[in-house]
Design a protein around this ligand. Structure first.
Ligand code: NAD
Length: 502
């Protein structure tokens, strides 16, 4: 594959790709239009990235269509082998990918090095191993017939992802889709296309055939919408806001696409009176401040038993106030900037909403005073006492912003936890086993964490209920999502009595 137009990443010696990736080649958009991607630490332009329009999405779909027959019929083990080679290549380029991710998203380097880059490799590796494990079944039907079920790829899959974990999302989305034999057209978020483009290049280098994967950075309202409407796209796998998810449902109706929607969340994190407070304080801080709270599964609502609330808050605020906020490329930094100025403004506007609603801001609620951070998209860790029915307790803020509410009975805690439109992830901290399992059963949530929070593993199903969407990523569930079932009937009785016996 020929690589054109490579720029150095801001003196960091990073390979920055800034074109569309279609049919195994980096190409400019047909229109020649570009969109800048910024470093959220200081809002400087990293590079201008080609911006796909409908004509480019058509080209990507054409490339995927050409690649599909061979790819979908390739031995599953061989597809898996390519994914394993990709995982090795990601490990070999882990530091470079981690730096590029931190530069483009603001996610601290200590996390992208320790979590995002290795987890991306692990997830591709998991699905590489999974490719030849997804078996059909033989179904016990009436005598004289053999009935078996095939799992076939759905075809051309459109994937639309947000900006909070773009590197990891390449593996969450493309891993199972490719293992199952589909071809992919993926649209990264406008704000963070760089690691996705680099992964596409690594795919090409390890031998993925041209057209199996196509990357079309561009506007959601243009390239994303067009992909969601496209008659040749058999499925859309989407991660993003609930509002956009609804638009995709409407756009997909033309050809009744299969849909998988990973939408917003407002995770409750319940701390009972018998909890190990050291673990709960630390876990609750990670749950909301990791990646500056820009996680759909963030523990953004603290629900505290009245017997420990004061002590918990004292310790939690001390820890939150001590987090080192700064340049994400500095290895000491524990909290970087939000990914965009728009997102910073959105979070700060929720601080105003909290004040207007009579919430009590215990910590933060503003941008840091440090002049070195003045040009960036920073917000201080923010802790707000708020009514469970208030807007800040109901709406997804998607930032380092946690609401606090108290309860006295288990029934109250459950009502608060289940009292939003969302149902993605939630946690509880208790030493009482019966209570823990009772809550695990009763919480309206796709994932429950007991005495931990935000655990994710490629083998464990990930997804939500209610307005958090439907479908599951990870594990066998993800492979099932990327296949369709065919039931095959075989007459094995040569002497079977004909229906119209004459
Ligand atoms: P968003 O919905 O605005 O954008 C997500 C993606 O959709 C982007 O690539 C965007 O370009 C694209 N898009 C926008 N309009 C579109 C349209 N009309 N048709 C097709 N595509 C379109 O979300 P965001 O602000 O980028 O991300 C934050 C949101 O994502 C939060 O609400 C968060 O909870 C959610 N999220 C959910 C999960 C999950 O797994 N459940 C994970 C991460 C983020």
């Amino acid at each position: 594959m020929k690589v054109e137009n490579m720029q150095a990443g801001q003196g960091l010696d990073l390979p920055v790709r800034n074109q569309l990736f279609i049919g195994g080649r980096f190409v400019d958009a047909e229109s020649g239009e570009t969109l800048p991607t910024l470093n959220p630490h200081d809002n400087s332009v990293i590079t201008e990235v080609a911006m796909a329009g409908p004509a480019d999405v058509d080209k990507a779909i054409k490339a995927a269509r050409a690649a599909l027959p061979k790819w979908s019929r390739m031995a599953a083990m061989d597809r898996g082998h390519l994914l394993l080679k990709l995982a090795d290549a990601i490990d070999a380029h882990a530091e470079e990918l981690a730096r590029l991710e931190s530069l483009d998203t603001g996610h601290p380097l200590r996390d992208t090095l320790a979590l995002d880059a290795p987890r991306t490799a692990v997830t591709f590796r998991y699905f590489g191993g999974m490719a030849d494990k997804l078996e059909g079944t033989v179904i016990p039907v009436e005598e004289g017939f053999l009935n078996y079920m095939l799992r076939e790829p759905v075809g051309i899959v459109g994937q639309v992802v947000p900006w909070n974990f773009p590197l990891m999302f390449t593996s969450w989305k493309m891993g199972p889709a490719l293992a199952a034999g589909n071809c992919v057209v993926l649209k990264p978020a406008e704000l963070t296309p760089l690691t996705t483009l680099r992964i596409a290049e690594l795919m090409s280098e390890v031998g993925f055939p041209d057209g199996v994967v196509n990357i079309v950075p561009g506007l959601g309202s243009v390239a994303g919408q067009y992909l969601a409407e496209h008659e040749e796209v058999a499925k859309i796998a989407f991660t993003g806001s609930t509002a956009t998810g609804k638009r995709i449902v409407q756009a997909s109706s033309g050809n009744l696409k299969k849909l998988q929607l990973e939408l917003g969340g407002k995770g409750a994190n319940i701390v009972f009176g018998d909890a190990n407070l050291d673990a709960a304080v630390n876990g609750a801080a990670y749950a909301i401040f990791h990646n500056q709270g820009q996680a759909c599964i963030a523990g953004s609502r603290l629900v505290l038993h009245e017997s420990i609330a004061d002590e918990f808050l004292e310790r939690f605020i001390k820890l939150a106030g001590s987090l080192r906020v700064g340049d994400p490329l500095n290895l000491d930094t524990e909290m970087g900037p939000l990914t965009s100025r728009q997102q910073r403004d959105r979070v700060l506007s929720y601080c105003d909403v909290a004040r207007e609603e009579g919430g009590q801001i215990l910590l933060g609620g503003k941008a840091p005073a440090d002049p070195a951070l003045a040009d960036g998209c920073y917000v201080e860790p923010t802790v707000v006492v708020a009514d469970p029915a208030s807007r800040v307790s109901q709406e997804e803020v998607f930032g380092p912003f946690v609401t606090v509410t108290r309860f006295s009975t288990d029934e109250q805690a459950l009502a608060i936890a289940n009292g939003t439109q969302y149902g993605l992830g939630g946690g509880l901290w208790t030493r009482d086993l019966q209570r823990a399992h009772k809550f695990a059963q009763s919480m309206k949530s796709g994932m429950v964490w007991i005495n931990c929070y935000k655990r994710v593993n490629p083998a464990s199903p990930f997804g939500g209920v209610g307005m958090s969407g439907y479908g599951r990523e990870m594990g066998f569930e993800a492979m099932r999502e990327y296949t369709q079932v065919k039931s095959v009937w075989v007459n094995v009785d040569a002497n079977m009595r004909p229906y119209y016996a004459r």
